[in-house]
Design a protein around this ligand. Structure first.
Ligand code: SF4
Ligand code: SF4
Length: 70
């Protein structure tokens, strides 16, 4: 199954849990600060490896990640 995610960078608080949980390594720390002063994460999936497993969204304490499948 293929999927993709969208991250609300303004909700992100830089906890990095989503980076640890993504077995495909598709979430990375960005060099950009959000308005609250956190380095938010970003989704990078050049080879379309995201399975839509939802682990990243489930573990995010800020509900900053939406997962889409298809
Ligand atoms: S849905 Fe799964 S594969 Fe896709 S970015 Fe999140 S943890 Fe990684
Ligand atoms: S789990 Fe949520 S709050 Fe933590 S780094 Fe990922 S997107 Fe940001």
């Amino acid at each position: 199954m293929k999927g993709y995610i969208e991250i609300d960078s303004e909700l992100c608080k830089e906890c990095m849990l989503c980076i640890e949980v993504c077995t495909k390594g598709l979430i990375k720390k960005s060099a950009k600060l959000n308005l609250k002063g956190f380095y938010h994460v970003m989704f990078e999936d050049k080879e379309k490896q995201c399975t839509g497993c939802t682990l990243c969204a489930i573990i995010c304490p800020e509900a900053a990640i939406e997962v889409y499948r298809g």
